[in-house]
Design a protein around this ligand. Structure first.
Ligand SMILES: *[C@@H]1O[C@H](CO)[C@@H](O)[C@H](O)[C@H]1NC(C)=O
Ligand SMILES: *[C@@H]1O[C@H](CO)[C@@H](O)[C@H](O)[C@H]1NC(C)=O
Length: 383
């Protein structure tokens, strides 16, 4: 009886079917068939403009166009009409076990952190707030201001980076200390880089059943919308044993060191990272790459991430902490002046949040002003 699986041999088997001797004709036919098919396929792809075959000559300017990324985001067409979150499914957890956490590695980010805290208050975020800070790099005055809108300060020891890290990211491995927050009774963390601003409540993230989630990153070049995530916003379940495991692997795993902890976390969680919608890390790079995507996510954005412009840093020297009195000038000087005005609405959103923060906490800052402050010697901020 005919059986189409008769000669089927699973790839992993060690038993091979009895071998029949093969003659010269057999191999001549196989080789010429492979060669002919390669030529035909190459011609077919060349005709459709794709570069899949090795070039026989070096590329000249026009002959090798950059590959163009073609994801559903590059190809965005406004189709989905469902609400982003099914409110009935949100499971409210014990709020004392949830924390929104940020980091303060230098004084230069103190006013960003206090503004971030105020933006969390504005959306009635229910979770605890914690700022991990480096006591040897952050002055008492900066910490006093940064925590005035509701973050609890938690000093942490810096984690030395492995060799080869870009100097902008030298402090960033300290972010791995997020995983030790189980020691403070926390079960779910939403981590926010200090260069983010909250526009909407994201409590639903705390009921994710997964251990790790983040938002995919965006490149401005031909790579466009990519699979790797941006580490500026993370959902994670703290676990000191996971932290210890990470430390044993951070120096030996193979990843581009200059991309620091973001590259390591992408490698660590690899196939297990849940990809969150862009509204949880509305990275300005999206707007630069595809304005229509930005327009559609902006109205639902929970967290905006100031990657390509930093409203609160003095462009003359990012390492210096901007004085409270100068902040209006610093942010206003960027509006209309950077990226051809592309990010003016987002800069204005930060400027409004800052003015509101200042109005709300200015009196409380009077007590901070008497405390010691230092110039940060270098800024290693999140991007
Ligand atoms: C936050 O809570 C206050 C007081 O209950 C309420 O007035 C306000 O509308 C809430 N804000 C948001 C964004 O839900
Ligand atoms: C702090 O900054 C001021 C102004 O830039 C500079 O003159 C001073 O030397 C700095 N101090 C330290 C300790 O770096």
């Amino acid at each position: 009886m005919f059986n189409r699986y008769r000669d089927y041999v699973p790839l992993w088997t060690h038993d091979t079917p009895a071998k029949r001797p093969r003659n010269l004709w057999y191999w001549a036919i196989v080789i010429s068939s492979v060669a002919l098919n390669t030529v035909l396929l190459c011609n077919l792809f060349r005709a459709s403009g794709q570069q899949v075959c090795p070039q026989t000559e070096p590329c000249r300017d026009q002959s090798c166009p950059e590959p163009v990324s073609d994801t559903p985001l590059d190809n965005y067409q406004r189709l989905d009409v469902q609400p982003l979150v099914d409110g009935d499914s949100v499971n409210h957890l014990l709020t004392s076990e949830n924390a929104v956490v940020t980091t303060l590695y230098t004084d230069a980010y103190a006013l960003a952190v206090v503004t971030l805290g105020h933006s969390l208050n504005q959306v009635n975020s229910t979770a605890r707030r914690i700022v991990l800070y480096l006591p040897e790099q952050v002055s008492p005055r900066a910490l006093c201001i940064a925590t005035s809108s509701g973050f609890d300060a938690l000093p942490v020891a810096r984690i030395d980076p492995p060799e080869g890290v870009n100097e902008r990211f030298l402090d960033q491995y300290t972010k791995l200390r997020l995983w030790t927050l189980d020691q403070h009774g926390i079960k779910s963390v939403v981590y926010l880089d200090a260069d983010t601003l909250v526009l909407g409540n994201f409590d639903e993230l705390f009921s994710l059943p997964y251990t790790f989630a983040a938002v995919p990153d965006i490149f401005l070049d031909h790579r466009g919308f990519i699979l790797s995530f941006n580490a500026g916003v993370l959902f994670l379940r703290p676990s000191t044993s996971v932290f210890e495991d990470m430390l044993t692997k951070v120096g030996t795993a193979e990843y581009p060191r200059h991309m620091a902890e973001q590259a390591f976390l992408n490698l660590y969680y690899a196939a297990n990272a849940v990809r969150l919608p862009y509204v949880y890390n509305a990275n300005l790079a999206i707007k630069s790459k595809k304005v229509i995507v930005w327009e559609d996510i902006w109205t639902q954005t929970r967290i905006v991430h100031y990657t390509l412009v930093k409203p609160f840093l003095d462009d003359a020297d990012w390492s210096l902490a901007v004085e409270i009195e100068r902040m209006d000038d610093v942010v206003n000087s960027k509006i209309g002046n950077q990226w051809g005005g592309l990010f003016d609405p987002e800069l204005e959103a930060w400027a409004r949040a800052w003015r509101d923060t200042r109005r709300t906490y200015e009196d409380a800052w009077a007590t901070c002003k008497g405390l010691a402050h230092s110039n940060s010697t270098y800024v290693i901020g999140p991007i």
